[in-house]
Design a protein. Structure first.
Length: 644
């Protein structure tokens, strides 16, 4: 993007504004831009001093470049006129070789004659094309323009730029002059798309009174619907031209620094080729009227920045909506195919971010791709063993496949790679807590959930997990405390907040109170069939009632472990001394029917409570565990992890 900084009068801080914007562009924390500054204030050049051109060679500049063309009708190698500054990512084409011959060299340039007799318009266009061809490319070309009306000023504000930053004071001379230039700039381009303009009041006084408000309204009337920016007055800048933006990370509270930052953001927002602008548009969902255009815009960003982790990690926010879109829409299908092809190509190039993203989210197109998912994520970890997100994702996949011990290894390693204050610790500890629950390791689960709550004390899922962990290790009073916290989020609608208390009360020996709680839930369900969760909860309180529900309310059901729960109920009632061949066939048939998303944790925790209290014999506990172990290969304790 070419942007000209223009002022009708001098002394308004135009060059200083350009230098500060250049620094902020070049030093953005996530999307630093490569900037080329061009000093076309040829009568009073000074940009090279503000930006501190490096004295490695003679600083040939614009005057020398133009004179070379006028003298022998050849366009010289532009690289000879581009110089580094002491600021990384900022180069400069200065006004020219500033020696005793500079003024005479400048005076010999007749800009009008250049345009009329020497193809000046084509020459300037070629100059712009040469800049665009430089690699690595410049993201921004900032032009410091001559003040007033002039031929060179016309080049600066009409031919070269894609955007004009008009800097002015609030007085009659500035406003009259800038109004004429503004109208001229707005007339540049097609009737449907005029050049964008950023008007900047500089300096803006740090107080408001009736007089300043009156001048502000005059400026507001000139610039129609444009947003007015300002650069506040700062007395300290009167003693030298300082790039105050360099101190942006030094906890300064200068108003002028905030003004330069706003101006920089305003400029970037006008540049549709800027990855940061594209990223902000994608996150805000601005200007998108379809899933197709959103995916196309996201794909454009990934093509521009294929090695930016944050952009890849955002994928589910863009692509998950496609799961809800009819596949008959050919344009959407085409967009998905193009997107998948790009991701696949990046995976072939061993892009670890692409491999992780395909591994995490390929179920959008192929829900049965679990094994392919783990292979992709394995490759991402092989490419970078310290890739925290890949370790975390693999841990979650392993957990979803009931490989909790392997999951713990990955999740523990991911935690060891990030600092105490890292926001990712909360989710990692939560998943690690879930893994320890799956291993029936309540003590470690408690530790992980308490750590997770430090990161997010308002996440109800953490209180649910912590209450289960306390129940598992026999800390029943603490389990009830966490359940009450959970109920403060959900009231009585949350199953954990209603069913688990009954199981905890039963573990404490308060059977009648536990039964009352479950009877209240059953009555609230009315004549409807009780839920499988309610029937399971009765196992800890009244196995006979649980068996009645399982035999009457769930006849013919195969989508939940109904047959296995019936067998467990009979074991608890001491009606079974062993698992018969019929029992085994029933469980095996249930396993083969379909993937079961039941979590057997409550039954296993109930057995732990019974073992502590001695309410069940070792034989009964062993038989229940055998029944669950036969069903376990098809269970999914973490089926929701993939879509969380």
């Amino acid at each position: 993007m070419f942007a000209t900084f223009y002022s009708y009068k001098g002394g308004v801080g135009r060059s200083l504004a350009l230098a500060n914007v250049a620094w902020l562009l070049a030093n953005h924390p996530t999307e630093p831009a490569r900037v080329l500054a061009i000093d076309l204030d040829l009568n009073a050049p000074g940009l090279h001093k503000i930006l501190n051109i490096l004295p490695e060679r003679e600083a040939l500049g614009m005057v020398d470049f133009v004179r070379k063309y006028m003298d022998d009708a050849t366009v010289d190698d532009l690289h000879k006129y581009i110089h580094a500054t002491r600021h990384p990512n900022i180069d400069i084409i200065p006004a020219g070789l500033f020696n005793e011959n500079y003024q005479s060299q400048l005076e010999e340039i007749n800009w009008r004659e250049l345009y009329e007799s020497a193809h000046g318009y084509e020459f300037i266009n070629h100059f712009k094309t040469m800049i665009n061809a430089i690699r690595p490319a410049y993201d921004y070309v900032l032009i410091d323009s001559l003040t007033g009306y002039s031929d060179i000023g016309g080049i600066c504000v009409r031919q070269l730029p894609d955007c004009a930053v008009l800097v002015f004071r609030l007085n009659d001379q500035n406003l009259d002059g800038i109004q004429s230039v503004y109208r001229s700039v707005r007339a540049t381009g097609s009737s449907s798309h005029s050049m964008p303009v950023i008007p900047v009041i500089s300096p803006a006084w740090p107080f408001i009174d009736s007089k300043s408000a009156e001048w502000y309204e005059k400026a507001r009337g000139i610039f129609e619907s444009e947003s007015l920016y300002q650069v506040s007055f700062d007395g300290g800048l009167s003693y030298g031209e300082t790039i105050v933006s360099e101190y942006a990370d030094k906890d300064l509270t200068l108003t002028v620094l905030a003004d330069y930052q706003k101006l920089t953001l305003g400029l970037r927002a006008l540049n549709s080729t800027d990855p940061l602008t594209l990223w902000n548009l994608i996150r805000s969902n601005d200007g998108v009227d379809s899933f197709q255009s959103e995916l196309e815009r996201y794909l454009r960003l990934l093509k521009m920045r294929p090695n930016t982790a944050e952009y890849w990690h955002y994928m589910p926010n863009v692509v998950f909506p496609f799961r809800r879109v009819s596949s008959s829409k050919s344009k959407i299908d085409t967009a998905i195919v193009e997107f998948k092809a790009f991701v696949d190509r990046q995976c072939e190039l061993r892009n670890k971010y692409a491999l992780l993203s395909r591994g995490r989210f390929s179920q959008i197109w192929n829900p049965k791709a679990r094994q392919a998912n783990i292979l992709d994520i394995n490759q991402a970890v092989e490419l970078d063993p310290s890739y925290v997100e890949a370790l975390h994702s693999r841990g979650r996949l392993l957990l979803a496949d009931r490989r909790a011990r392997e999951a713990v290894v990955d999740l523990d390693k991911a935690l060891s790679l990030i600092s105490e204050g890292d926001y990712r610790r909360g989710r990692l500890n939560e998943d690690l807590g879930l893994a320890y629950l799956d291993l029936l390791d309540g003590s470690n689960a408690v530790r992980c959930y308490l750590q997770a709550l430090r990161s997010d004390p308002k996440d109800p899922d953490l209180y649910a997990g912590l209450s289960r962990a306390y129940y598992l290790i026999g800390e029943y009073d603490k389990a009830m405390e966490e359940i009450e916290k959970l109920r403060s989020f959900y009231g009585d609608d949350e199953l954990t907040g209603r069913l688990l208390p009954a199981q905890v009360l039963a573990a404490k020996g308060l059977i009648d109170e536990a039964r009352e709680r479950l009877d209240e839930i059953r009555k609230a369900q009315g004549k409807r069939r009780v839920s499988i969760n309610t029937a399971e909860a009765y196992l800890a309180v009244d196995p006979k009632m649980a068996l009645t529900f399982l035999e009457t309310d769930f006849a013919g059901r195969v989508s939940s472990p109904v047959k296995t729960l019936r067998i467990i109920a009979r074991i608890l009632l001491n009606r079974k001394q062993s698992l018969s061949a019929t029992d085994v066939l029933d469980i095996e048939g249930e396993r083969k029917s379909k993937k079961i998303s039941w979590n057997e944790f409550e039954v296993m925790a109930m057995l732990e409570a019974a073992r502590r209290s001695g309410s069940l014999s070792d034989r009964q506990i062993g038989l229940v565990k055998e029944a669950i172990d036969r069903l376990r290969p098809t269970l999914s304790i973490a089926s929701a992890l993939m879509y969380r």
